[in-house]
Each structure stands twice: as C-alpha cells, then as structure tokens.
Design a protein around this ligand. Structure first.
Ligand SMILES: Cc1cc2nc3c(=O)[nH]c(=O)nc-3n(C[C@H](O)[C@H](O)[C@H](O)COP(=O)(O)OP(=O)(O)OC[C@H]3O[C@@H](n4cnc5c(N)ncnc54)[C@H](O)[C@@H]3O)c2cc1C
Length: 548
C-alpha cells in the first residue's frame, strides 16, 4: 500500500493551467477541500505561454463602462463562429454563465480589465460581432503575490510577458516589437511584474494559497480510481493513491506534445507542438479506461502555421513561432505549397486551415502540406522574424538565395511555379488588390496593420497586407501545423464527462483543452479558450456542490 493511501479530499483537480486553477479556486471558495496536482515541476502549463486574453460577452465590466452588450447577440456570434459544430446546451452555458463566473472570480480577488482596441475577429462578417467590450486580460501582477510559490510558477523567458494586451496593441501589436516600450518592459522585469497568462496564473495561485488549498508539483496523475461506479480518486505516477469524495476534475490540457497522438488525432502531417512537453493527453488515457467518450471537432479552425525556433541554450523550452499571426500578417511574405502556388489569404490564417486538410486522390498526398513561408530582404529590413528585433540578420537556419528559382531548389519547391507566383503576387501588391485570395480585405487583419501604415509605408503599399517580393536575398522556411487541439473528452453543460453509453460518469469532470470544445465548435476567436475554461471550471465546482 502506498504512502498516500488514506489521504482524502473533497475534490482533486489534475493540471494547473487556467482550467485547473479556476476549477480549484471555485471549488475551494464553495467550501470544498481541494488538492491541485501538477505533473510538471512548475505551475501554469500552456496558460503561461498565452496572451492571457479572455472572451466574455455581456460582461458587467463593459456595462459599467457604458458598453452594455446583449446576450442574444453573444449567442448569435458564438453560434456563427462555431460553424454548426457546437452543442447548443454547452454553447448556451458558456454564453449565459461566463459573466456570472467572471463576477464570482472577481469577488475571489481575480483582477481582469477590458482590453481596449481588440475587436471580435469576425467583426466585418459575423452576425452578433462587436468592436469592443468582450475581451479581457489580467491586470499586471507581481510575481511576489505567489509568495513561497514564486519560484514554482512557469515564467517563459524567451519572450516578454511584462505587459498587458492593451499595451501591446497600443505599441503596435505583436508583429511590431520594435515599437514596444522596452524601458517599461525591462523595468517591470527587474521588479518582477508580470502580465499576460503568467499574471493570470499568479493571481489564481495567490487566491488558492490564501484560502489554504493544497497544491503539489511533480505530482502527475496516472489512473482514476473507481468505487461503486463512481470516480473516487486518482493514482499518481509514483503509485500513490488519493481519494476524492466529490470527484475529480481533469484539466490536463491537450495532447500537443504527444507527437504520435497528435498526428493520429489531427490527421495533419508535419505536426509540431507549441505547448509544454507535459501535455501528453493523459486525460484521454485515464478517462478512456473508465469508458469516457471523446469528440473530434473536424475542421477545427484553431490551427496555426509556424516553426520551432532552435534552442539557444540547453534546457530552453520549445519555442514555436506562430507565423500565422506574425510573419504572415506582414507585407513582403507569401505562403506556397510544393508546387510553388499560394493557396489562401495568408493574412487571415483561418482561410488556410481547411485547405491544409485537402487531400489529392490522384497523387495520394496533401497538396498544401508541407508548405513554406517565402519572404525577401524588404521584409527582413522592416519586420520581426522569429521574435528577433526587425533589422537583425535572418538566422543561418533559414534558407536563402539570390533568386526565387534558386531558393525553390533549396526548399524542394517547383522553381517555375514559385517564380510565376511571385510575379503574379508582385502585380497584386502594386495594384493593392489580391485577385486570387483577397488578402488584406478583412477588417480584423487590417486593424493590426496600423503600425507600419503609421511608419509611412502606406504610400508605397496601397494595401498594407501586400508587398512585393523583389529584393534579394529571398528567404524561405517550411511551416508546420500546430493547433489548440481538435479532440477531447465529451462533456455536458456541467463539465461532466460523458460515458460511451451516453450518461455522465459520476464524479468525473473535464475542463479546458482536456474537453472537446463543443461550446464553440470549429471556430477560432482569441479569448475563447481561457474564457470558456474559466466558465466551465466554475460550473464543474458548482455542480459538485449541488449534486453531492
Ligand atoms: C502563444 C499562445 C498564446 C495564446 N493566447 C491565448 C489567449 O490570449 N487567450 C486564449 O483564450 N487562449 C490563448 N492561447 C491558448 C491557451 O493558452 C490554451 O488553450 C489554454 O491555456 C489551455 O488551458 P488548460 O488549462 O486547458 O491547459 P494548460 O494551461 O496547458 O494546463 C494543463 C496542465 O496540466 C498538466 N498536466 C498534464 N498531464 C497531467 C497529469 N497527468 N497530472 C497532472 N498534471 C498534468 C500540464 O503539465 C499543464 O500544466 C494561447 C496559446 C499560445 C501558444
């Protein structure tokens, strides 16, 4: 019998990202005795890499600022974004209960604010979309708030986290680090003041500790324990067993770093992870053993194209550059397939996503995977590549050549095809109209083009999303798909995990990326992930109280 035998809590939460932290805080606040388990040596998981944005429609903060929203409009928008792939009960729970969850966590001491300057992504096309009031991000938070746990919070050090989302927007957006206020960022770093996802994590850890919740790191769960058909606890990777009277909430994130599982469940060749290496799909194994159903959101739009930045020091984290919302938004870049052909609006990455899944029956291959980012020296002179400041030399691990044809040869792309594409694209850039894919027509992508328009480039660029590729050297790098996962445990509107036979498994809940995103279906909208995780963490804890 292992040493933890006999330990018992009301609730065990497995995983310490936003879904685990919000579940644990809600359960603690509602009077449950909670144990939060984390497999990694530090807390926060993928949430610490995030921008920290929450999407919560019809919230009281917007109302207080004179921007009252409308619940029906919120539902209409989520339904549009979900594209017919949502569960109406879960969608309704997210829309209706998120404002309540926000108030609840505000009373607990969590401090978020409205993010000014960020519109809904489908502002120009989506029914129910709004130009402001639904995006929130955390107030700046000192790491000291985590008290004795300050060294146990995962703080990514390869990119700055010491700012609010609103500041990044006002400083020119994520594609323009040149324009950020580095004096402020560096001073905050000196003082240990955090923003983005790390601030979210520190705030929740602070509130959990102040309420006496128990947290353990290096404590991975490996199996669920059952008594009389009910989930009654967990077995740890070290063999220890801990009991939970009310149940277990699985908040283990996705399976992004389990390469085999990810390639199998996503069906996209060339997969790369953008999340920590502890996200290995343990929830699918543990809940699978007790008969849980899973659900795949086919055509999930949350697929980014990008590449890994090689580690500079041993022990550095994996660093995935989301080219989809950085390089691909900027002028002087295109994305092409092996034939050298463009296949969508690069500046609106969701336009490319369905085309990544295309499969050619005759050639027996994905025509648009692998695909490649191609850019020229004009891009390198003006914009950031792979998190480096603009104008720093493009690193040696990126292919380059004096001509487009030569570059194509280095990357295994059809040279004549690429030359013809660049020629045609340059014509579009000069005219300001992309006749093939309407790049630059969506208002969301135009809004974030403001910084270089302000630099005066708009005179040469009639459309700020287009720019010629004509100044050598020409550069190219293979892009890989990476996603906020498409598959997860099927849960109901209370976050209860559903059994293969269709009924909830008593005592088992799943929240965040461990659960299938049936509340918002195929759609990608910044802030849905954190916003819905916080909501269903709250609802899971409430349901545990009400049903036990
Ligand atoms: C660059 C970037 C920016 C982003 N920005 C945003 C944004 O602004 N807004 C938004 O909504 N989304 C954003 N996202 C997505 C968001 O970060 C994730 O979807 C979200 O953090 C998932 O939260 P989670 O709690 O489900 O999982 P995670 O935060 O990944 O946490 C899961 C935790 O579970 C632990 N774990 C795994 N297995 C076990 C086990 N067996 N036992 C114990 N612990 C285990 C892991 O170690 C990890 O700590 C962004 C993502 C990236 C990469």
């Amino acid at each position: 019998m292992s040493r933890e035998r006999g330990e018992a809590y009301d609730t065990i939460v497995v995983g310490s990202g936003i879904s685990g932290l919000s579940s644990a805080l809600a359960a603690t606040e509602l009077g449950q005795r909670v144990l939060l388990l984390e497999k990694a040596g530090k807390l926060g998981g993928g949430t610490c890499l995030s921008y920290g944005g929450f999407w919560i429609g019809n919230n009281h903060m917007a109302e207080q600022e004179g921007e009252a929203d409308d619940l029906e409009q919120v539902k209409t928008y989520i339904r549009f974004v979900a594209g017919g792939y949502s569960d109406e009960a879960k969608l309704t729970a997210y829309a209706e209960r998120a404002p309540e969850a926000l108030r609840f966590f505000e009373r607990c001491g969590i401090r978020l604010h409205i993010t000014r300057g960020l519109t809904d992504h489908y502002w120009d096309v989506g029914p129910g979309a709004r130009s402001s009031g639904r995006h929130l991000d955390p107030d700046l938070t000192p790491i000291a708030d985590a008290g004795a746990w300050r060294d146990k919070v995962f703080i990514p050090r390869d990119q700055p986290v010491e700012m609010t989302v609103e500041e990044v927007i006002s400083w020119g957006g994520i594609t323009d680090p040149d324009n950020w206020d580095w004096q402020i960022i560096n001073e905050r770093r000196r003082q240990g003041i955090l923003g983005r996802g790390t601030a979210v994590v520190v705030q929740f850890v602070r509130e959990l500790l102040s309420r006496g919740a128990e947290i353990r790191v290096d404590a991975g769960a490996s199996r669920l324990l059952r008594t009389d058909g009910r989930i009654a606890g967990v077995e740890l990777q070290n063999g220890g067993q801990i009991l939970a009277r009310k149940g277990v909430i699985l908040t283990t994130g996705g399976y992004d770093s389990n390469h085999e599982m990810a390639e199998h469940l996503e069906g996209l060749p060339g997969w790369l992870t953008q999340f920590p290496d502890t996200l290995t799909g343990d929830h699918l194994v543990m809940a699978g053993e007790v008969g849980a159903q899973t659900r795949t959101i086919h055509n999930n739009f949350s697929i980014f194209l990008g590449f890994h930045v090689p580690k500079e020091r041993p022990g550095d984290n994996i660093l995935f550059r989301q080219a989809s919302i950085c390089e691909m938004l900027c002028p002087h870049t295109i994305v092409v397939n092996r034939d050298g052909r463009r296949f969508g609006d690069e500046a609106y990455f969701q336009d490319l996503v369905p085309r990544l899944r295309e499969y050619d029956m005759k050639t027996r291959r994905h025509p648009n995977l692998p695909c490649f980012l191609i850019f020229d020296q004009q891009y390198a002179d003006a914009f950031s590549f792979a998190y480096r400041p603009p104008r720093t030399p493009i690193p040696e691990w990126v292919a380059r050549a004096g001509s487009v044809e030569e570059l194509a040869g280095l990357l295994g792309i059809d040279g004549a095809g690429l030359a013809a594409t660049v020629d045609r694209f340059n014509g579009f850039a000069r005219a300001g109209v992309d006749e093939d894919f309407k790049r630059g027509a969506a208002s969301w992508t135009l809004a974030s083009a403001k910084p270089w328009m302000d630099k005066g480039e708009e005179e040469q660029l009639p459309n700020p999303r287009l720019g010629t590729l004509r100044v050598p050297p020409f550069y190219g790098i293979e892009l890989h798909p990476s996603a906020f996962v498409s598959n997860g445990l099927l849960t109901d509107a209370n976050a209860q995990v559903v059994h293969q036979r269709g009924l909830p498994i008593p005592g088992l809940y799943a929240v965040g990326n461990a659960a299938a995103h049936t509340e918002y279906g195929i759609g990608y909208q910044a802030g849905f992930s954190l916003g819905s995780a916080m909501t269903f963490g709250y609802l899971a804890a409430r349901h545990m109280n009400e049903s036990n």
